[in-house]
Design a protein around this ligand. Sequence first.
Ligand code: CA
Length: 315
Amino acid sequence: MSLHYLKQAGSAVFVDRYITKAHQLIKPWNGEEIEGIGLIGAPLSKSSISHSGASFAPASIRKAFSAFSTYAVEEDIDLKDEIIHDIGDIEMVVTDIVQSQKRIEETMLELFTKNPQFFPITLGGDHSVSASVIKAFAKTKGTIGVIQFDAHHDLRNLEDGGPTNGTPFRSLLEAGAIKGENLIQIGIRNFSNSRYYFEYAKEQHVTVYTMKNVRERNIVSILEESIDKLKKKVDAIYVSVDMDVLDQAFAPGCPAIGPGGMNSQDLFDAVSYLGKESLVKGLDIVEIDPTLDVRDMTSRVAVHVILNFLKGRNI
Ligand code: CA
């Protein structure tokens, strides 16, 4: 009877019957109408202006879910009954960046159109994928607002290199998908931007909270102010998390690491707050390169961003 000890290859080495692991929340999408959270990979990073293997992040983030449980002891909230539909990854065109970005927009547009209750959590990829997702979001959700966590404005001109990971919010403003007054940037930091683009942000009436604002104020008060401002003007809010908003100490796997950034707890508190807000109808996490990461630290932070967001929805 010793065959009794055999288990499926690759399954967990140790299982505790009283612990639900976060990866158990993820269920492959069965093709039926999606109601609620759906995870979707946009593995594109050839559009990066620096070396990036962010196309590997959807796989590494999914894998990192198995490192954590579903229970938030601080609030006594268990997410074990949540379902995260895994929609899959969007297939990229290996030799064509613009065509790949178009595929992301078209896929998201079809998903939003056919599934009005679908709440996407998009895993990049570099930050250029957000422009594609948000264009589809804007076409289907009415007037939209965007809250962007980022070290950089990402408002670079499109003439110097086309739609890269430095241009997504410029693309969105120029396409009329969002108005500057409905774009809020949080975590913009020193020696990572230029005056020209800060001036451009101001001209476009973009709200900019620098790292100094984040350090001197409670992050939740910044979010309260942001939601208050957007609530009067938009039908839906999209949240874009560029992981390089975090200090390099917390996110070593970002291509554009640097000091002077946010700590991970402030980001968790922020997304947890946003999870409570019913106007928030989409989230992405971008700019993690697992090939540069240390022990998957940055992918693990990404999983905590998602779990904290879900926690917020349950408060
Ligand atoms: Ca960015």
